[in-house]
Every structure is written in C-alpha cells, then in structure tokens.
Design a protein around this ligand. Structure first.
Ligand code: NOJ
Length: 752
C-alpha cells in the first residue's frame, strides 16, 4: 500500500512537472482504479461532494467557513460558480495540498455562451440550424475552458409544453425529434473532438427526468406521467446526449410519479446506467438530495443520502448530505462500499479524461484566457446565430425589410437602449473581465443606418408598471417619422429558473403603447423580446410587422438591424406553440386526435375544445415567415409500400418564388393512422434547412425507414420498460412549412 501510494504521488508530481511516465498508457478506468485503491472512505466521499464557491450562488446557500480546509483534506471533489483562471488556480493549489492531490472539477452554468453571449437556447433552437447550434456551444466551451472551467451544466434537454414554466427559455422547445437533434449537437459542441482537449468542457444533460412537465408549469413542481409519455416524449433527447458521448447527467428537482428524480433508481440505475450503458457520472441538482425530505419521500438526511446513492446519484451538489451521512451509512451496512466505489470511479475517470491528473492547472492559462475572451470572431458568429434565431411572425404589405434610404425612423420602447437585458437569464461574469460587451438595439440601428437616416428615440414606458406619462413623447416622435420600430417584452429575468408566471401577457402598459403608436397611422414594426412564448393578441391582430427577437445575446442590436434591413432574411421557425391565451396551456402540435376531435372554431358541439377559445394556437410549432416565398411541389415516393427492413425515399421540390434569397426549413411530418395505441395527429420526423436564391428551385429527399414509423410499446414482461416497434399499416406523409401549413400530403403502407 505504501509503495502504491508512493507510486501514485510520484505519478502526480512527475506529471505535473511535465515528465512523461508509463502510467499514462493505462486506460483511464485502470488509472481510476489505481487511485481508488489508495483512498480512504472519507476521501472517496469527498470526491462525491460538490460545493458552491463563495461569491456567486445559483441556489440557496449554506454558509461554510472552512471550505478551504475541507478541500485541503480531500473532502471536496468539485466546485461550481468559481470563475476566472486566477481563482480556479487558487482552489486547485489548495486541492494539490491534499494527501492524494486529486484535482477538483470546476462546474459552471455555461448555458448560452460564456463572455460572448449567444441567444437563449429556446431562441437558438428556432434556427433549426444544427451546425450553428453546435458552433455556439463550441465557442462557449472554448471561452469557458480558457477561463478555468472544465464542466458545463448544459445542455438542458427537457421537453417543455407549458410557457408558464420559466425554464422553457433554456431548452429546445416542445418537440422530441428536434429536441433530440439539438441535444446531440449541443453536446458535440461543448465536448468538441474529445474531452481532454484544451478547448472542450464536459457537458451535462439535465434535468433527468421529466422536469419540463412540472404540474401547472410551476418550477420544482411534481411530475406525473405515463411510462409511454416518459419514453416517447421526454426521454429521447436524453438518450441522444448519451449517443453523443455526454460526460455527465444531472438529475432533477421534481418527483416523477411519486419518486423524487434524485432518488429514482428506475431513471438513474435501470435506464441511464443500465439500459443505455451510460459510463459518466450523475450529479444532483442544487440541494436536491436534501430536498427529498421536503418531498416527504425520506424522513431525514441519512435516508436522503441512502436513497440518492442507491438510486445512482454520484455527486451531491451543495446539500452536504453525502458528506454528513455516507460514512455512517457504510458503517451501518445500509450502503455497500461498491456503490461508493462505483460513483468515485466514474468521477475519477472523468478527471483523468480531462487530463487534470497530468496537469491540474491546464485550464488556467491567463494568456489563453485573455485571448479567448477577447476574440472578435466569437462576436461575429454570435451575430450570425442571433440573426438566425429571430422569428418573423407577421409582415403585412411586406413592410419589412426596411429600406436603408428611410429618412426618419422612430425607435421606441423600454428595450431599445438597455444593454444587459439582451443577455437573457444565464450570464456569466468573470472578475476583471468586461462581460458587458453588448450591442444594444439602439446601437445596432445606429451602426446600420447611413447619415441620411435620422433616428429618433423615446422610451414610451417601462417594462412593468402603469406609468403612461411617456406615451405623449413616444407618439410625437412617431408622428415625425416615416417608420416606427417599437421594442417591448419581458425583463430578461422574468423567464429562467424559478421564474414561472401565471400571466404570460406582455407586462405593464407596453401593449397600450403599441396601440397608441398604431393609432398614429404610421407603419409600425414590433420587436418582442422574451424568454418564452407570450400572449399579445392585440399586437398580433393589428400591427403590420412583428419580429420575435427573444433574448439574442451580446450581438442582439446588430442582429436585429441585420434582419430589419434585410441583410439577413429571417429563416427561424417557432419550436413552441404560442397560445391565444394562458387558458389553452398546455398546447402542443403533436396531440392525439381524441374520440371527439374538434375540427373548426365554429363548432364546439360536444367535441374536445373550449367553448370560449380557439382550438388552434396563435402561432403553431414550425411557423415562421421569410421576406421571400417558397413553393412546394412534386411530392413523390420511391414506392408506396415498404417491408420492415426497407426504405422509401420521399422527394419534393421547393422553389424560391420571391425577390430575395432566403432559407426555408422544410418539415416532414408523419401520422400513423391506426395502431395498437393512439398516435399523434402528426409528428415531426425530419427536416431540412436549405438556402435558395430568388427564383431557384431544388429537389429534396427524405428517407423513411422503419425507425421513422416506430413508437414505444410496453415490454410484455415489464410494463415499465418500452420497446421501439413499427406496426404494419398506413401512414400519412406530410411535407410543409409548419406543423399546420402542410403543403403536400401522400400515403404509404408498411407491409406485414
Ligand atoms: C439549479 C438548476 O436547476 C440547475 O440547472 C443548475 O445547473 C444548478 N442550479 C447550478 O447552478
């Protein structure tokens, strides 16, 4: 044992000093085993313990005055919210004073960029541009890793169908197919070519599982759902992250069918580590191990720690329940040592993969940090991604794009001049780094227009409150202009964690302001900034042009100006249905038909509808306009029938019939007409984003295979498990510009 210890210390020291040693040839698993064999139980439990650094919190804080001495004793495996190479280096130096010199992991919520802020994930998802999405995660990883971080708590891959839930801003919307593709792209982006590269961080798929289905959209609330819905709708994006090689998972605050996700064996051991063979580690959400007591599923911290570790939760974020209870649980023989060993081995393996045993300071190069956090290329890409995320909801009379020759433009509203609002909910501030490099919407317009254009400004009103005293000035400014652009919406922290809202209308008197501006008779373009689908019927019905600009990040102003003036032709399409009123929530496109389907708004007679509401959303999933028009024609199938192992190629021609070059997101939906369980009225099964010049047309092909015709069916031996099956029968194949705007339709059959 003594020899082993000496060998290990020699291994660490020589690696740190740059000498190459033969132990590097061992696999990471073997290396982890060798370290594990040297560890005391206390040190093992230390690896499973993660603390918040003292100066920034993203949850309720436990004051701990001796964190440093705990790190020195090897009682901490990871820190979160520790920013900047200097600070990371300091903590790592303390870890290097511990007996076994096991380096710390540094985790951070790098959700939509690091210093360069990208659009909030929900907005970015509207680009349906997987390359752009991967690239933005790549850049975020590049900056974060240069700043000492080696682990991001992203992507959030929770499917979300309820815009009251504040965290819809953090995911990819309501659709499982698109959400899975985006989840895959984001993991690839964060982790780069491989973990261990200097520009990569470990990704973390969260929140496992079902968090997006919290009852009533109230954050942290319960989730009750069938196994079918869990497997079909909520789990596939998580599986996609495993397929992409995600390093870590985070469990969730919610209970799932009565068992808190944090202590849920079915999710973590049976599905994730069992069926899916995930070999990374699972971290709890902030304090969620201790919160199982509040759930009422365990009586005290001792039981909470036991439930979580037994269920497969490897690391405790902030609750201290592992630190305070695991040793006793092992001594009491309530938790077998091999569970602890398995957890610790998973964590150590990742530390080896990251190269931290070779050099614990490898992410702490201040020069690299300086260069990465000031890279103008990152801003250029952020601007492109932001423009791709803006959804054109309405453009009556082709008011947009605006002419660059316009003489006078009034730019009005509470969101025109603020900087930080554009960043959205999750932003990162590194001490000593200017993280407020943001192009305001005003500055974006100033940058865009020439000297011949006069830009007038009035705030009009605040985001919230009833103060209408600025209306008169706004109206007067509008009257002096040729075109009015008005920027309204939520505050950036009105959506995000713990930001659920029962009222999702445009806050304050902003909609009234728009009404007054419309009354001037001037052409009005409305920009709506938000982290969720909002309700804004008056504007939707009366304003001639609307751009949904979400929160676009550092380059918001430039991107908005690019779209307003047609330097970028908007191509984004909604990834969540926008309701007419909160009473329609949850509303999503891939619902079942029911036995009494409602088919029109003029008939509410004994069918599945509200008597006082439309059956349709205000804007449906997949909807979004362009400055040009696209015509779909010539739907062809290589065959109308297929056997289980066959494929059918679906071909369609898309033509840009307008005056501008543009991109179209062509969507393929399928409906399984009769099956042993009811199937949705349509389901997205593929899409292609293509760029066409004015007048250009192109043929697109989609491949339909067994996979696209399959659904989950309960395992006959175990109803909690599902098998992916395709049943013979007829399927409608629909190609369209949105889930409602189906342009072409045909039918194929899967034969026995
Ligand atoms: C709680 C959030 O639910 C989770 O997503 C986040 O990563 C942690 N806090 C850490 O900030």
């Amino acid at each position: 044992m003594k020899n082993l210890l000496q060998f290990f210390l020699l291994f660490c020291c020589s690696a740190i000093s740059g000498l190459s040693i033969s132990a590097q040839q061992l696999t990471n698993a073997k290396k982890a085993d060798s370290v594990l064999s040297l560890m005391t139980l206390e040190e093992k439990i230390g690896q499973m313990n993660q603390y918040n650094d003292d100066w920034l919190a993203t949850g309720p804080v436990t004051i701990d005055t001796d964190k440093a001495s705990q790190v020195r004793k090897g009682q901490v495996g990871s820190l979160l919210n520790c920013l900047g190479t200097q600070r990371v280096r300091k903590w790592q130096e303390i870890a290097m004073q511990s007996r076994l010199k096991i380096p710390l992991l540094f985790g951070q919520d790098v959700i939509h960029g690091f210093i360069t802020t990208f659009p909030i994930p929900l907005a970015e998802a509207c680009s349906w541009d997987l390359d752009a999405i991967e690239l933005s995660a790549r850049i975020a990883a590049n900056e974060a890793s240069a700043s000492g971080i080696n682990w991001t708590f992203a992507p959030m891959v929770d499917i979300a169908r309820d815009p009251r839930w504040g965290r819809v801003m953090e995911g990819a919307g309501e659709d499982t197919y698109l959400g899975s593709k985006i989840a895959f792209a984001r993991v690839k982006g964060f982790q780069g070519k491989k973990i261990g590269n200097l520009d990569a961080v470990m990704a973390c798929a969260k929140h496992f599982a079902g968090y997006g289905a919290a009852v009533g959209g109230r954050d942290y609330n319960s989730v009750d759902m069938s196994y079918r819905q869990l497997w079909e709708v909520y789990l596939p994006p998580f599986k996609a992250t495993v397929d992409a090689g995600v390093a870590t998972f985070m469990n969730a605050f919610n209970d799932l069918n009565g068992i808190p996700a944090t202590g849920n064996q079915y999710l973590q051991r049976d599905i994730l580590k069992g069926k899916w063979g995930f070999n990374g580690f699972v971290v709890s959400d902030w304090g969620s191990i201790g919160e199982m007591i509040n759930h009422g599923n365990v009586g005290n911290e001792y039981e909470a720690a036991k439930a979580a570790v037994t269920a497969g939760c490897d690391m405790d974020m902030e609750s201290r329940n592992y630190k305070n209870n695991l040793a006793t649980l092992v001594a009491d023989k309530k938790v077998p040592l091999n569970l602890i060993d398995d957890a610790v081995k998973r964590i150590l393996q990742k530390k080896f993969e990251l190269g931290l045993f070779d050099d614990p300071y490898r992410f702490c190069n201040a020069d690299r940090e300086q260069a990465a956090l000031n890279n103008p290329e990152h801003a250029r890409i952020a601007r492109q991604v932001a423009a791709k995320s803006i959804v054109l909801l309405k453009n009556n009379g082709r008011l947009l794009p605006l002419s660059k020759e316009t003489r006078t433009i009034a730019f009005i509203g509470p969101l025109v001049k603020p900087l930080k609002q554009n960043k959205g909910f999750w932003d990162v501030e590194v001490p000593g780094v200017d993280s407020n490099f943001i192009v305001s919407q005003w500055e974006g317009l100033v940058n865009k227009v020439g000297k011949q254009t006069a830009l007038l400004y009035a705030k009009g009103c605040d985001i919230e409150g009833n103060d209408r005293s600025g209306f008169a000035e706004a109206v007067s400014v509008a009257r002096q202009s040729d075109v009015v652009v008005v920027s309204i919406g939520e505050r950036r922290d009105m959506s995000g964690e713990a930001k659920s809202r029962s009222n999702i209308s445009i806050p304050g008197v902003q909609e009234e302001l728009v009404k007054e501006l419309l009354a001037t008779g001037k052409p009005v373009v409305v920009l709506i900034n938000a982290g969720r689908p909002l309700v804004f019927n008056y504007i939707a019905d009366n304003a001639p042009a609307i751009l949904y600009t979400w929160w676009l990040g550092s380059e918001a102003g430039n991107a908005i100006a690019d779209v307003l003036f047609g330097d970028y032709n908007p191509s984004a399409k909604l990834v969540m249905s926008f309701p007419h009123s909160v009473g329609q929530v949850p509303i999503y496109y891939n619902h079942f038909n029911t036995g009494r389907p409602a088919t029109s708004d003029s008939n509410h007679n004994y069918n599945s509808s509200y008597n006082d509401l439309s059956i349709y959303p205000k804007y449906e999933f997949g909807y979004g306009l362009s400055y040009t028009d696209f015509e779909y024609s010539n739907l062809r199938f290589s065959s109308n029938t297929m056997k289980q192992g066959d494929q059918i190629t679906v071909s369609v021609t898309v033509k840009n019939t307008g005056k501008y070059g543009g991109e179209e997101i062509v969507q393929l939906y399928i409906r399984d007409l009769v099956a042993s369980v009811v199937r949705p009225v349509n389901e997205l099964k593929d899409f292609k984003k293509l760029a066409l010049k004015a007048g250009e047309s192109r043929e697109l092909n989609f491949v339909i295979d067994r996979e696209k015709l399959s659904f989950f069916s309960p395992d006959p031996l175990d109803g909690t498990q599902m098998n992916w099956i395709a049943e013979p029968g007829d399927f409608d194949i629909m190609v369209g510009a949105s889930s409602k705007d189906i342009r072409l339709k045909g039918r194929i059959s899967l034969l026995y």
